[in-house]
Design a protein around this ligand. Structure first.
Ligand SMILES: Cc1cc2nc3c(=O)[nH]c(=O)nc-3n(C[C@H](O)[C@H](O)[C@H](O)COP(=O)(O)OP(=O)(O)OC[C@H]3O[C@@H](n4cnc5c(N)ncnc54)[C@H](O)[C@@H]3O)c2cc1C
Length: 396
C-alpha cells in the first residue's frame, strides 16, 4: 500500500513524486516510457521560475553540469525593430535554459528514486481501482504484457494532456479554448545562434530559435491553424520558406547546417480540469493545458507540483483535511495562472495589435527597463496584469 501513486514521470509527475518522497511518504511512480527518454511532442524552454524551482530542489547545478547553455537575455524581433532585454530574476535565478527532455526528465526521475520513490517504468496504467466511493489504486500492464496493480491513498494523474487518469476519474474541464494555431519544430547542428531565445514575430507567423544541449539549435515555426494543417503536406519546404521570409539571416545558417531530427508538430487547445476528487488529483498538463507559444508548461508543472505536494502532505498527515487542502490547491493553481492563460490564448489568434499596444511596444525601443519587464512577462517574472496596467492602464 502506497501513500501516493503518481502516473506520469516527467516534469509534473517526477517532481511531485520526488517532493512527496522527500517528505517521507511512500510513493510509486509509474510511466509507460522508460528513462531517460525524450518527449517528442514538446519544446523545452524553461524560464527563470522553472530554474528557480530546480534550484530549490538542489537540481539546478546538476542541470548546468550537463552543459545546458544558460540564456541571460531574450530578443523579440518585430520586423521594424528588435527588443533585447534581460529577465527579471525569480528567487535570484535570472537565466532561462532549454534542456533536452531526456536530460531534464532523467534528472527528475533519478532525484525521485533517490528520495525513495519506487519507479515502475515501461508500465501503462489502463484502469483505476475504486471501492465504490473513492479511487483506491491503479491497474496497469508492463511492456512484456504482465498485469500489475497497486493500491494507494491518493492517485495523482501527471499523465499529460490526454490524461487517462482524468478521463477515468471523469474530471470535468472548464475555460476550454480550441486550438487556433499550430507549431512545427526540429533540431539543427552547425547553426550557431546567440545564447538567447529569439522570437521573430511577423503577421500571421512566428519563428523561434534557441540553443539547447549538444550544440544544437531548436527552430520552430507557428502558423494559424488552417495554414498549419495545409503546411503539413510538405513540411520541410514550407518550414524553410517561413524561416527565410521571417528571419533571412537564420535561414542562411540553416542552409549550411544539418537537420538532426524529424519535424514534430502540434496544435494545442487550452483547458483547466477539476484538479481533485475522492482519492485522486491532477497536476501538470493533465489538469491545465495551454498553447505552448508562451512556453509556460514545464515551469507551471514544477510550481504546481510543489503546491500539490503541500496539499497531499497535509491530507496524508490528517485525512480529514485532504479534501480542503486539495480544493485550496486547485483554487491557488487557477488564480496563479489565469492572467497568463488569457494572455497566452490572446497570442494565438495572430490578431494585429491594437493602436495602444503598438504605441506601448514602440515606446519600449527607448526604454531598456521597460523592455526587460516586457520580456519578463513571457518569462513569468513580471505578472501580466502588473506590466500592462503600469505601462498603459487602458491596455490592461
Ligand atoms: C509543441 C510543443 C512545444 C512546447 N514547448 C514548450 C516550451 O518551450 N516550454 C515549456 O515549458 N513547455 C512547452 N510545452 C509544454 C510542455 O511540453 C508540457 O507542459 C509539459 O511536458 C507537461 O509536463 P507533464 O509532466 O504534465 O506531462 P508530459 O510531459 O506530457 O508527461 C506525461 C507522462 O505521462 C506518461 N503517461 C501518459 N499516459 C500514461 C499511462 N496511461 N500510463 C503510464 N504513463 C502514462 C507519458 O509517457 C509521459 O511520460 C510544449 C508543448 C508542445 C506540445
Amino acid at each position: 500500500m502506497y501513500d501516493a501513486i503518481v502516473v506520469g514521470a516527467r516534469c509534473a509527475g517526477a517532481a511531485t513524486a520526488m517532493l512527496l518522497a522527500r517528505r517521507g511518504h511512500r510513493v510509486l511512480l509509474v510511466d509507460r516510457s522508460t528513462f531517460p527518454s525524450d518527449m517528442r511532442m514538446s519544446n523545452h524552454l524553461l524560464w527563470p521560475p522553472g530554474g528557480a524551482a530546480l534550484q530549490r530542489w538542489g537540481l539546478l547545478d546538476e542541470l548546468i553540469a550537463t552543459g545546458c547553455p544558460p540564456m541571460a537575455t531574450g530578443t523579440m524581433d518585430l520586423g521594424a525593430f528588435r527588443l533585447t532585454g534581460r529577465f527579471v530574476p525569480a528567487d535570484g535565478v535570472a537565466t532561462a535554459y532549454a534542456p533536452r527532455r531526456r536530460i531534464l526528465d532523467g534528472l527528475l526521475v533519478e532525484a525521485a528514486t533517490k528520495a525513495g520513490a519506487v519507479l515502475w517504468d515501461g508500465c501503462t496504467v489502463h484502469a483505476l481501482q475504486s471501492d465504490g466511493t473513492r479511487v483506491t489504486g491503479i491497474r496497469g500492464r508492463t511492456r512484456d504484457g504482465r498485469a500489475v496493480a497497486a493500491r494507494g491513498t491518493i492517485v495523482v494523474g501527471a499523465d499529460g494532456m490526454h490524461s487517462r487518469v482524468a478521463r477515468m476519474a471523469q474530471a470535468p474541464a472548464y475555460h476550454e479554448r480550441a486550438a487556433r494555431q499550430g507549431v512545427y519544430l526540429t533540431y539543427w547542428s552547425g547553426v550557431p545562434v546567440s545564447a538567447e531565445p529569439t522570437l521573430y514575430s511577423r503577421p500571421r507567423r512566428s519563428v523561434v530559435a534557441f540553443p539547447t544541449h549538444d550544440d544544437l539549435t531548436v527552430v520552430s515555426v507557428t502558423w494559424p491553424l488552417e495554414e498549419f494543417r495545409a503546411a503539413r503536406s510538405a513540411i520541410e519546404g514550407n518550414y524553410l520558406a517561413e524561416v527565410a521570409a521571417a528571419a533571412p539571416e537564420l535561414a542562411e545558417k540553416l542552409r549550411t547546417g544539418t537537420r538532426e531530427e524529424p519535424f514534430v508538430g502540434a496544435a494545442v487547445p487550452g483547458f483547466f480540469r477539476r484538479a481533485h476528487g475522492e482519492g485522486w488529483a491532477l497536476v501538470g498538463d493533465a489538469g491545465y493545458l495551454k498553447d505552448p507559444c508562451t512556453a509556460q508548461g514545464m515551469t507551471d508543472a514544477f510550481q504546481h507540483a510543489e503546491r500539490l505536494t503541500d496539499a497531499i502532505d497535509i491530507g496524508l498527515r490528517d485525512p480529514a483535511a485532504m479534501t480542503g487542502a486539495l480544493a485550496d490547491y486547485q483554487r491557488r493553481r487557477d488564480a496563479s495562472v489565469m492572467a497568463m492563460y488569457e494572455f497566452t490564448c490572446a497570442q494565438t489568434g495572430f490578431e494585429p495589435p491594437s493602436p495602444q499596444m503598438q504605441e506601448l511596444i514602440g515606446a519600449l525601443r527607448d526604454d531598456p527597463d521597460g523592455t526587460d519587464r516586457f520580456l519578463s512577462v513571457f518569462a513569468g517574472t513580471v505578472p501580466v496584469q502588473e506590466f500592462f496596467a503600469a505601462a498603459d492602464p487602458a491596455a490592461a
